[in-house]
Design a protein around this ligand. Structure first.
Ligand code: EPZ
Length: 445
């Protein structure tokens, strides 16, 4: 019998069967990935459903009564955490491969406890739907993470505009609203989950809600599309002004999750780094214009054919500057991966991280592999080097983990990436996908 407590996994011989909930506090293990550099990637890879679309869409089922069916749901730790939280709230959940069925007809609980929220910050997305559906919610404050403080002040400001009473007590947000009323809400920054939370809070509010300076990410459009399938009246998603006309109720749907643009981008960079030639299938090129533009400037051949992107890398990689911006700018979730590409480019590049205050955790690990990077505040100057060298490295957050795998694909020797539970939060079977493309990569416990 294996049990995991904290970040450690123990094997025990116990006569008494332990129920999973009793002991499996955190399903993280000390697995690591070993990757040997020098193998150009060739072939085809299928993209999974988008984590950052699936999370709000699965949570939107809280607004309905009856069975929802979601297909192309990625098999990720964050999805498991979301479904555990929904079950805790009283939802009936069934998972069959990449299909998830959720019925929220009998929600018996309006509280998202610290023990669940601390494992996944995006749990805060239950706040809006719970207030809309149950007129109350008690959700643990998500706290910060490796990449930044991650405040939720704009989520709370918007809920207050809609008429919710908000109190912060003992590390929890306590929200109540006998009935929500539409209002005009200006978001000081185009927060992605803030926009999603407020869209879900407003769909059954009395009257119209207008979100100004709303986030424009494809995941916002995907959520609005699903909410409209459920019977909501949302217009303007994908622009910075979203209008929501409140309706009486929403009904369950059967719908498919959009492809993951960040997983797509990660494989595009991998092809460019390894002088490979890969076809990325079942993706949505239209969601990646910011990255495609920059990648072409590095000298990679990027060709688009419907929902297939082909990327051919060349041995000379041009240095290119990037600034991360809200969509449709260059995505912050691709900054670490692009920095790894620049670390073996021919020249100097400037990388400015405009979204999060501490998203350079991968720099120290890349430098251990021989990268030449100097950080000054939210900017990093990268001097390309001819080669990286393999080393044991430590993942710190989801996208930093991916950047270390990419570095290992080109570093001389065998790189050992530790703490890959970060990776498992957002990439489905990434080592299998890389191995099918010719990488020398394996996971070891
Ligand atoms: C979403 O996080 C994504 N997560 C992140 O992806 C992504 O990096 C981020 O958007 C930016 O694109 C999910 O969708 C689950 P924000 P979110 O609110 O919504 C400030 C990944 O790797 N802000 O758009 O938490 C905030 O500090 C993850 O998949 C406030 O000031 O990000 C940040 O500087 C990492 N007050 C900026 O806005 C608020 O109330 C953007 O944050 C909310 C945000």
């Amino acid at each position: 019998m294996k049990i995991a407590i904290g970040h450690f996994q123990f094997k025990i011989n116990s006569k008494q069967e332990l129920t999973p909930d009793e002991h499996i506090k955190t399903e993280v293990t000390l697995d690591k990935i070993i990757v040997e550099g020098g193998h150009p990637l060739k072939g085809q890879v299928n993209i999974s459903g988008a984590k950052n679309a699936a999370l709000p869409i699965l949570i939107s089922s809280l607004l309905t009564e009856g069975q929802n069916t979601f297909t192309n749901v990625p098999n990720l730790q964050d999805i498991k955490s979301t479904l555990t939280l929904l079950k805790h709230l009283g939802a009936r959940v069934e998972t069959h491969g990449h299909t998830v069925r959720i019925d929220c007809s009998n929600l018996g609980n309006h509280e998202a406890p610290y023990d669940l929220v601390r494992k996944m910050r995006a749990s805060i997305l239950v706040l809006g739907p719970l207030v809309a559906k149950l007129q109350k919610a008690r959700v643990s404050l998500p706290g910060g993470c490796a990449i930044g403080a991650r405040p939720i002040n704009l989520h709370l400001k918007g809920l207050k505009h809609l008429g919710a009473a908000i109190e912060l007590k003992h590390g929890y947000v306590e929200a109540s609203a006998p009935n929500l009323r539409g209002d005009e809400i200006y978001l000081d920054t185009p927060t992605v989950t803030g926009t999603e939370n407020l869209m879900m809070a407003a769909v059954m509010a009395q009257g119209q809600t207008i979100l100004r300076n709303a986030a424009r990410e494809p995941e916002i459009m995907a959520l609005a599309d699903v909410l409209n399938q459920m019977g909501a009246h949302i217009s303007g998603a994908g622009t910075s002004v979203i209008k929501i006309k409140g309706v009486k109720s929403l009904h369950p749907v059967s719908t498919r999750i959009i492809p993951d643009r960040i997983e797509t981008g990660t494989f595009m960079v991998a092809a460019a780094m390894t002088q490979g030639d890969i076809e990325i299938l079942n993706c949505e090129p239209g969601h990646l214009s910011g990255l495609i533009n920059r990648l072409r400037l590095t000298g990679a051949d990027v060709t688009i054919n419907g929902n297939i992107i082909r990327v051919k890398g060349h041995d000379l990689i041009n240095s290119v500057d990037i600034k991360t911006m809200p969509y449709p700018g260059f995505p912050t979730d691709m900054q670490a991966q692009f920095m790894t590409l620049m670390s073996v480019a021919n020249g100097l590049s400037l990388i400015s991280e405009r979204i999060f205050e501490n998203r350079f955790m991968h720099v120290s690990e890349l430098k251990r592999m021989g990268a030449d990077i100097r950080v000054c505040g939210r900017s990093a100057v990268v001097q390309g080097v001819p080669n990286l060298s393999a080393a044991p490295v430590m993942a710190s957050d989801l996208r930093a983990s991916a950047s270390l795998i990419l570095a290992g694909l080109v570093a001389k020797g065998k790189t050992e990436v530790n703490r890959i539970y970060h990776l498992d939060r957002g990439y489905e079977a990434i080592e299998d996908k890389f191995r099918k493309l010719g990488a020398a990569i394996k996971r070891v416990a």
